[in-house]
Design a protein around this ligand. Structure first.
Ligand SMILES: [Zn+2]
Length: 270
């Protein structure tokens, strides 16, 4: 028995058949030329024709969900508009689950690393967070629990994409690094002594310290394209938290690396 996990991002779709112990049996990647409803439908059609033999499907997406109606409402940077799962459920005849991508990443990491309580911060284009408590994703009554990218780090600070000022994401999100410093996060974070990297490290140290204090954490998992393969950056944030706030925290890159979203999407089916 296998679950099909589909992780939809702004530039590509990663999909895989995942076994009951969490390991990936077969995976495929589809580059997205477009991110509207049609492009997503085409990608799902391709995935479900190439990967077969699954009993359920889990899909992880960025942005806003309407869980009750199984609808992906919208996502910043993507051209999605109220994309409904119902037609796919009818067509494929298996249960399909939809969840936020950072929540999926946390669930995937908790499954594979066998931890029933886990917090994962995803550092990519935006800053997301997934909270898993007792093997379940915490969504809160608004459905938006874990929006770590929009906790305020500097009151009246830099403009954020959400309309507020001084959010964590406005200093540490990939979009903000590009907007405010004119370079890709990868270029900027190679040299940790430049202003952009220093600002990102400082903002993340404040944000992660607050989150660690709130939840009483000894470790926080990190995922996403900015965190994975960026050991010095992560190390600097950890040292900053220890030095400035005298708080002993381990910042860890999960075992699932950049596959957490895919594995976590499949984990929705369990
Ligand atoms: Zn914001």
């Amino acid at each position: 028995m296998a679950y099909l996990g589909i992780d939809i991002g702004g530039t590509k779709v990663a999909a895989g058949l995942v076994a009951e112990d969490g390991h990936i049996l077969k995976e495929i990647y589809i580059e997205l030329q477009n991110t509207d409803n049609n492009a997503i439908d085409e990608a799902i059609a391709k995935v479900t024709s190439e990967l077969t033999g699954f009993t359920a499907i889990g899909i992880g997406v960025p942005g806003t969900l309407d869980r009750a109606n199984k609808t992906w409402v919208k996502a910043s940077n993507l051209h999605i508009s109220s994309w409904s799962l119902n037609k796919w459920q009818d067509k494929l005849g298996v249960p399909i689950y939809l969840e936020n991508d950072a929540n999926c990443a946390a669930l995937g990491e908790s499954w594979v690393s066998n931890k029933k309580d886990l917090i994962l911060i995803a550092l990519g284009t935006g800053v997301g967070m997934g909270i898993v408590i007792n093997n379940k994703i915490l969504i809160g009554s608004t459905g938006l629990a874990g929006e770590a990218g929009h906790i305020i780090i500097y009151p009246d600070g830099r403009d954020c994409s959400c309309g507020l000022k001084g959010c964590l994401e406005a200093y540490a999100g990939g979009w903000a690094l590009k907007k405010y410093h004119g370079q890709s996060p990868k270029e900027l974070l190679q040299n940790l002594h430049n202003q952009a990297a220093q600002e990102a490290i400082e903002a993340l140290a404040i944000g992660l310290f607050n989150i660690a204090t709130l939840f009483g954490l000894e470790e926080i998992y990190l995922g996403g394209s900015i965190a994975v393969n960026n050991h010095h950056f992560i190390q600097s944030i950890q040292e900053s938290i220890q030095k400035k706030y005298n708080y002993d925290i381990q910042l860890k890159i999960g075992q699932t690396l950049n596959k957490a979203g895919l594995i976590g999407a499949a984990a929705l089916c369990r």
